[in-house]
Design a protein around this ligand. Structure first.
Ligand SMILES: [Zn+2]
Ligand SMILES: [Zn+2]
Length: 135
């Protein structure tokens, strides 16, 4: 009795091929039934390129489980990152930094708006001229 991981069916006896989907079990067989390793592209004994398709190494159900596990791990990681960010935002130190940066920015904006018009114009034209020079 052999169990095929590809189609999930049993084949009685000691068959070389799955009775349902026709795949070989852990070898690739040429038309003359020489066994070759999974990675073989040609038969090592007769050189035939018509090698059978072996069943997958891992059962379909297990592959699905592995995929789900990977997806789950990704989700867990995502939530952990999110939780970390939320935690960081909640912590007073980070909040203080945010507030300090915010205050600094508003002070800078306030200073900018208090600058006399001619100075604003001068800085702006200086800035644009420098950009023009660079190009
Ligand atoms: Zn099969
Ligand atoms: Zn062969």
């Amino acid at each position: 009795m052999k169990y095929c991981y590809h189609c999930g069916k049993m084949t009685a006896g000691d068959p070389a091929f799955c009775g349902t989907c026709g795949r070989t079990y852990d070898v690739r067989l040429c038309p003359r039934l020489h066994p070759n390793p999974r990675g073989a592209a040609v038969c090592s004994k007769c050189g035939s390129r018509e090698l059978s398709t072996p069943q997958p190494k891992i059962p379909m159900s297990l592959r699905l489980l592995a995929l789900l596990a990977r997806l789950g791990a990704g989700l867990v990681l995502f939530y952990l990152t999110l939780a970390l960010i939320i935690d960081a935002v909640r912590s007073p130190q980070v909040q203080q930094t945010f507030i300090a940066v915010g205050m600094l920015l508003s002070i800078l904006w306030w200073m900018w708006s208090k600058l006399p018009d001619w100075l604003q114009e001068g800085i702006r034209s200086f800035w644009t001229r420098r950009h023009d020079d660079a190009e």
